[in-house]
Design a protein around this ligand. Structure first.
Ligand code: ACO
Length: 150
């Protein structure tokens, strides 16, 4: 396993980031203020995770993505656990993450890693994304917020 700080965002990173969040202008905005890490497998970038300080002692995972060919091999879990260790070492007390209510695999993974649900941001995706998002045969409307206290 090789997880390192991203020195410069390349098109490979951006393609991964867009697979988790189709709003490119939002991505460009949070990248300026966030810590970004990449996962390399045999020198190839196959995963990314973006950590944004939001409130005092709180870090939010605003983006996590693994290339479609490399999913379901534990890379996403390794990135999440790396983020939790990073947050602990930097003395953060809380790590948050938000995902779609229709993102069943993501909701499974985050809860497997210890995140607990804290709330629902109703109509978040209708308010912030101009194109309709269909996932698991459902129109995505609501964001589920999850948190882990370190
Ligand atoms: N329902 C339930 N569980 C599922 C499903 C499903 N439909 N599909 C896969 N899983 C399970 C797998 O079995 C595995 O669990 P296990 O290890 O206990 O068997 C788990 O989900 C996946 O774990 P990993 O292999 O560690 O994760 P992966 O490397 O596949 O990365 C990620 C997960 C990042 C969500 C990846 O699927 C991805 O990039 N998806 C597209 C982008 C995305 O949706 N990103 C998150 C958006 S939210 C945000 O960025 C804050």
């Amino acid at each position: 396993m090789c997880i390192k700080v991203i020195q410069e965002i390349t098109s490979t990173h951006m393609d991964l980031l867009l697979s988790a969040d189709p709003n490119e202008s939002l991505i460009i905005d949070y990248l300026k203020r966030a810590a970004c890490f990449e996962y390399r497998l045999k020198e190839q970038v196959v995963g990314v995770i973006v950590l944004l300080p939001t409130r005092p002692k709180t870090l939010e995972i605003v983006n996590i993505a693994v290339s479609s060919q490399q999913q379901n091999q534990g890379i996403g879990e390794a990135l999440l656990r790396y983020a939790l260790t990073f947050a602990q070492e930097q003395a953060y007390q809380t790590v948050e993450i938000g995902t779609g209510s229709t993102s069943f695999a993501q909701l499974y993974l985050y809860q497997k890693c210890g995140f607990r649900m804290t709330g629902i941001d109703r109509d978040f995706f209708l308010r912030h994304y101009s194109n309709e998002i269909i996932e698991n045969k459902l129109v995505l409307k609501d964001m589920v917020r999850l948190r882990i206290d370190l």
